[in-house]
Design a protein around this ligand. Sequence first.
Ligand code: SAM
Length: 222
Amino acid sequence: MHFCTKDVFPELEEVKKEHFASMSSIVSHDPALLDKKAIRILEIGVGTGVNFAHYPEGSHLVVVDPNPHFKSYFEENRKSFPHLQVEDFVVTTGDRMEAVKDESVDVVVVTLVLCSLPSETIQATLKEIQRVLVPGGKFYFMEHIVEFDLKKYWWRRKLQHVFTHWIPVWPFIFDGCCLDRDTLPVIQQAGFSSVHAQKYYAPIPSMFYEPERSNMKGIATK
Ligand SMILES: C[S@@+](CC[C@H](N)C(=O)[O-])C[C@H]1O[C@@H](n2cnc3c(N)ncnc32)[C@H](O)[C@@H]1O
């Protein structure tokens, strides 16, 4: 995963920059952070920490990942982002976040994670996100999803099916990643007060990632 995420695609970083921009206007519910004009962000499935560059100055981070081997890459990477304060790295899954208190984070971030969760835990993970968010808190998500324009890109839909089920190279290489998940309706039906989302094609200049080009991003409010 470190090998795959160390290459930064400038076009994709622009999409992320725009997506996360509104975070800088969020006001914390924690009086201590409010004084410092900071917010608390929980990132689930943080991996090596590829979103650090997009978090507002002074953000406090709580991060969750079930794979403890990411910790050393994460620690190395965070040295380049002294504007962030990491409060905790919790080794657990998104559906078992007992270590994170109720209504304790202003923002939850998930990028390229719902594709890898065991499918039966996606709803439980979304419930946990709602539990830990403060009232009115925001859930930022960016995920690759099943191809949505079958007329034009039927061949991508086929590739996604083949590489996930017939010759499951994607789950094998990318730690359980499924190419053919339709996770936007699941978020829309999870009980958030609003969900603003859009589907788009990720600007990744690499043929290798062609099966992952169909994406969605959005912000849900508790
Ligand atoms: C494809 S990587 C994405 C990493 C990073 N978020 C990114 O945008 O590049 C998927 C991440 O989800 C984590 N993950 C897998 N199963 C998980 C679960 N049940 N709960 C939370 N994170 C999980 C993996 O360990 C990995 O760090």
